[in-house]
Design a protein around this ligand. Structure first.
Ligand code: APR
Length: 250
């Protein structure tokens, strides 16, 4: 379906949900999960590193990987997709941004009240007592080859500090999931950007929107199977979102 037709549908939308995956941050230089890992991480699958077991087995390897990603995010800039999504808030009656990403690029582009389904690289906490880690973390870039870094210790109980992300096998934060599912069920336009749609329960959201007869649009350079009701824009997040918002509102 041409972008002009989707833009006309977007103009009439009352409540738009934007649902992003790693592909939305790819053009900011943040690797996606299904990109091959390199350097120290090349022998690891992200889904094996993003687990409580990996952290307990080798805290320094796991923390080193998350620090590499966190500091990459610090060096990165929001891209046109993040900016277009933030702009959308000025043109539609109601916008809810839901992300699977653990970076803060939506917020740095100007989006507010972003629902982070998988937590954030910027909210580390104690693995034992759960206390938020308040001490500032270093920000200088790390070698691409990756290094082991001993995690900091909790100032309250001396336990290791872990990344503030949701690991495979862990439950999503109740409030985030409840708010995300409520928005998906209530919206009339659901825009899924840069996600492979393979990780549940997040991947349920577009189906919940479809069940509520919302218009569901996927943006991805890689075409994947969609239902008869979905729409697909084959392209990158940055160029597609820039064109869609310009076509619809500018
Ligand atoms: N623009 C849009 N989409 C892109 C771009 C781009 N420039 N580059 C890649 N993509 C697409 C890929 O084709 C792929 O479909 O982004 C998607 C990224 O998929 P994943 O790497 O699986 O990331 P995501 O869908 O966010 O993964 C979901 O899995 O590993 C867990 O918790 C992690 O939140 C993550 C979840």
């Amino acid at each position: 379906m041409p972008i002009t037709t989707i833009a006309e549908l977007l103009q009439k939308a009352k409540h738009v949900v934007v649902f992003t995956g790693a592909g939305a941050s790819a053009e900011s230089g943040i690797p996606t999960f299904r990109d091959a890992l390199t350097g120290l991480w090349e022998n690891f699958d992200a889904s094996k590193l993003a687990t409580a077991e990996a952290f307990h087995a080798d805290p320094s390897l796991c923390w080193g990987w998350y620090e590499w990603r966190r500091r990459k995010v610090i060096q990165a800039q929001p891209n046109e997709a993040h900016r277009a999504i933030a702009q959308l808030a000025n043109h539609v009656p109601k916008l809810t941004v839901i992300t699977q990403n653990v970076d803060d690029l939506h917020e740095r582009a100007g989006s507010s009240a972003v629902i982070h389904l998988h937590g954030s690289l910027h909210s580390p906490r104690c693995v034992d007592c759960g206390a938020a880690h308040q001490s500032p973390l270093p920000s200088e870039p790390l070698p691409e080859a990756g290094i082991r870094i001993e995690p900091p210790r909790c100032t309250r109980c001396n336990g290791y500090v872990r990344p503030g992300v949701i690991w495979f096998g862990e439950m999503l934060a109740d409030e985030a999931w409840t708010n995300a599912m409520a928005a998906a069920k209530e919206c009339d336009f659901f825009l899924s950007i840069g996600t492979s749609g393979v990780v549940y329960p997040a991947a349920e959201l577009p189906f919940a929107a479809l069940a509520n007869h919302a218009k569901v649009v996927h943006i991805n350079p890689v075409r994947f199977a969609i239902s008869r009701q979905d729409f697909f824009i084959q392209g990158t997040a940055a160029s597609s979102m820039k064109s869609l918002v310009e076509e619809a509102f500018l």
